[in-house]
Design a protein around this ligand. Structure first.
Ligand SMILES: [Zn+2]
Length: 257
């Protein structure tokens, strides 16, 4: 009885004084930004000077890809050199992320980008002809010059996704802690759709603060499947984590077929 009363008192004190709540004592970082409310996407640019690009940037992501307005490109196919990686999962409160071991990469027009991590958004952040997919995977790469390239894969309702199943089973309960799972590997190649040489390309940004620009985006034309129950599980854990589409401004979207 006493214990409950103490917890209650702590909760009331926290509410009244603004002292950190119990959750903060469990390793949860203070929330700087979110997908709704007072720290939502419209406010990101004002939350910190480092986040200024979120509101002032002219090359922001995600965007709506209007297929009629795309231009044929001569980028050529992306070559993927993905290997299986020992599963390392992170729940940072904004997404579920898998950190990749060094040695997996993709090559675009002769430029090599190393795969760093992949993570998920639900619903999708990019839209194609105004339509959202149920989910979108982002495979984040970096080249030797430090430039980022992200491959976006649309995910729609269908058969269960084996890679997602392996990851969801090991989502850490603790926030911001990378958990290495013994004896389990995943391969980012299993998240690529059929015909990954067909994609849309444009120059954009990170879709989360600090919204850094000069990110090369490659949004796959074809989707992969994810089960209803897998979408539900992600919803329970993370909720909705899609930034609204941003103005295209003076940018071109290229299509590689
Ligand atoms: Zn993302």
């Amino acid at each position: 009885m006493k214990k409950y009363r103490l917890v209650l008192i702590a909760a009331v004190l926290a509410a009244v004084t603004g002292f950190p709540t119990l959750a903060a004592d469990h390793g949860q970082p203070p929330v700087h930004w979110s997908y709704g409310g007072g720290a939502g996407p419209e406010k990101w640019g004002e939350l910190k000077p480092e986040y200024k690009a979120c509101s002032a940037g002219r090359q922001q992501s995600p965007i709506n890809i209007n297929i009629e307005d795309t231009l044929n490109s001569e980028i050529g196919a992306i070559e993927f050199f993905y290997k299986p990686t020992p599963l390392k999962v992170l729940n940072n409160g904004h997404t579920i992320q898998v950190d990749y071991a060094p040695g997996s990469s993709m090559t675009v027009a002769g430029h090599r980008y190393e795969l760093l991590q992949f993570h998920f958004h639900a619903p999708s952040e990019h839209r194609i002809n105004g339509k959202r997919a149920r989910m979108e995977a982002h495979l984040v790469h970096k080249n030797a010059a430090g430039e980022l390239a992200v491959v976006g894969v649309m995910m729609n309702r269908g058969a269960a996704n084996g890679t997602v199943a392996a990851i969801w089973k090991h989502i850490p309960h603790e926030l911001d802690k990378v958990v290495a799972v013994d004896g389990v590997t995943v391969n980012a190649a299993d998240l690529l759709p059929a015909k990954p040489q067909r994609f849309y390309h444009y120059m954009g940004s990170l879709t989360t603060p600090p919204c850094t620009e000069n990110v090369s985006w490659f949004v796959m034309k074809y989707d992969v499947s994810v089960a209803d129950s897998q979408l539900t599980d992600f919803g329970y854990t993370i909720g909705s984590n899609a930034r609204p589409v941003q103005p295209l401004n003076r940018r071109f979207i290229l299509v590689n077929e």
